[in-house]
Design a protein around this ligand. Structure first.
Ligand code: OVV
Length: 426
């Protein structure tokens, strides 16, 4: 150690630390105040009653606990996400303000970036995850779904029930997506732990984050090791990023960070998208009956489940200038929390929003975000959701809860720990 070295800013997971507390307390004049903690266990366990209170408070409101602005209505959430010049991402899309505190990991080149930097990264990932590439992986993804679901039906027959999380929603995305990226099979459960950590890290430094971050060093090390070119199967999505570097579209040292984005955003999201969809169907047997009668409803059913139980509940933006939203001034440098999941049940946007209706076709939902940062992997996510729901509809006459589902609370994700299901098979 060099004793003369200047003190480094504390590295680590510090969002919502002393800076947030120091900022808090003074509500801006004329802005409705909501005394909620959207990252508390109670809120995360059942966010929907609070979502309604927040939507009714006004188009924009203030949360004193974190000294942030927020919106829970569809119109404003959509407006914020579609004005990327005013509401920037490069200061972080969690509570932590990267202009004031050091990010806990080198920032994502796509998620935590603004144009023009964002544009280069986005175009590389968008090409790799384009509808055309996804058509090429469809047969493989379909075959894996069939194999897994055949095994699962057998298990349900012999054991009477399955855990749709441990046996299905965690298994399938952890197989097909990292396979497509070109990652080795060994150690993949690290991806779930890593996902849990980074999605917690968009929130404050509460118990959830502290516990998830206990293994931050080994997890980060494992992830970065597996982002290297020699660790990735030639021709996979990961290798395609290095090919883009060969072609000069991005630099060679940007490539591993873009692979990291696949490994960060591509697993825990679809795990919970699928898990939540299965829960919705188990809780709405009449809707499952419609899917069973017409498995081509798998795609719209998955979409409606994304609206109704959005896997990604929230993201932040930061104002780059004094902004005006629905008559309220948001000063430059403010953190703004968008409640995607609340926008997805806004009665101003959706007729009968509390009804789970697989034939709704909820285009314009915010579960994938919106605008230039809208989920770049959404075609892959939809493919996975469709194949699992269609495969179940073909095999299972009815499904019902075999016990109480349990939640895995996360600052950003609506996540399940277990989902005991009884499957009535043909
Ligand atoms: C959408 C998302 C979530 C988490 C991580 C990333 C992206 C990333 O780019 O690292």
């Amino acid at each position: 150690m060099n004793d003369n070295a200047p003190e480094q800013p504390a590295q680590g997971l510090t969002p919502g630390g002393s800076a947030a507390i120091a900022r808090s307390g003074n509500a801006p004049a004329g802005v409705p105040v909501m005394d909620v903690d959207p990252f508390s266990d109670a809120f995360l366990t059942d966010p929907y009653p609070d979502h309604e209170r927040m939507r009714e408070a006004g188009p924009v409101f203030w949360i004193p606990k974190y000294a942030i602005y927020a919106s829970a209505r569809h119109e404003q959430v959509r407006a914020i996400l579609n004005d990327h010049a005013t509401y920037i991402s490069s200061a972080g899309v969690g509570l932590a303000d990267f202009n004031k505190e050091t990010p806990f990991r080198p920032r994502s080149l796509i998620l935590e970036a603004d144009p023009p930097d964002h544009t280069r990264a986005r175009s590389v990932l968008a090409r790799i995850l384009s509808p055309r590439t996804v058509m090429q992986v469809r047969a493989t993804f379909a075959a894996e779904a069939e194999t897994l679901l055949d095994r699962l039906v057998e298990k349900a027959r012999s054991e009477g029930e399955i855990d749709a999380v441990k046996d299905l929603s965690e298994v399938y995305p952890l197989k097909v997506f990292p396979d497509a990226v070109g990652l080795e099979s060994e150690g993949r459960e690290m991806l779930l732990l890593y996902g849990n950590m980074i999605f917690n890290a968009f929130g404050p430094r509460n118990e959830l984050l502290v516990r998830a971050a206990e293994k931050v060093k080994p997890l980060t090390q494992w992830i970065m090791d597996h982002c290297k070119r020699e660790m990735l199967r030639p021709g996979g999505f990961g290798d395609m990023i290095y090919q883009a570097a060969d072609a000069g579209e991005i630099s060679l040292d940007e490539a591993p960070l873009l692979v990291r984005s696949f490994l960060s955003a591509g697993v825990d999201t679809t795990v919970n998208g699928i898990g939540n969809a299965l829960l919705c169907l188990a809780q709405h047997p009449e809707q499952y009956a419609r899917l069973r009668a017409d498995p081509s409803l798998a795609r719209p059913a998955f979409e409606e489940a994304l609206r109704y139980e959005s896997a990604v509940q929230t993201f932040f933006r930061t104002t780059s200038v004094d902004a005006s939203l629905s008559g309220i001034t948001i000063p430059a440098g403010s953190k703004v929390l968008t409640f995607l999941a609340a926008a997805n049940r806004d009665p101003r946007q959706w007729p009968d929003p509390e009804r789970f209706d697989i034939e709704r076709r909820p285009s314009g939902h915010m579960a994938f975000g919106s605008g230039i940062h809208g989920c770049v992997g959404q075609v892959v996510a939809r493919l996975e959701g469709e194949l699992i729901l269609a495969g179940i509809a073909k095999r299972v006459k009815s499904l019902s809860l075999a016990g109480k589902p349990t939640r895995r609370l996360n600052n950003t994700l609506r996540a399940l720990a277990s989902l005991p299901l009884k499957l009535e098979t043909a």
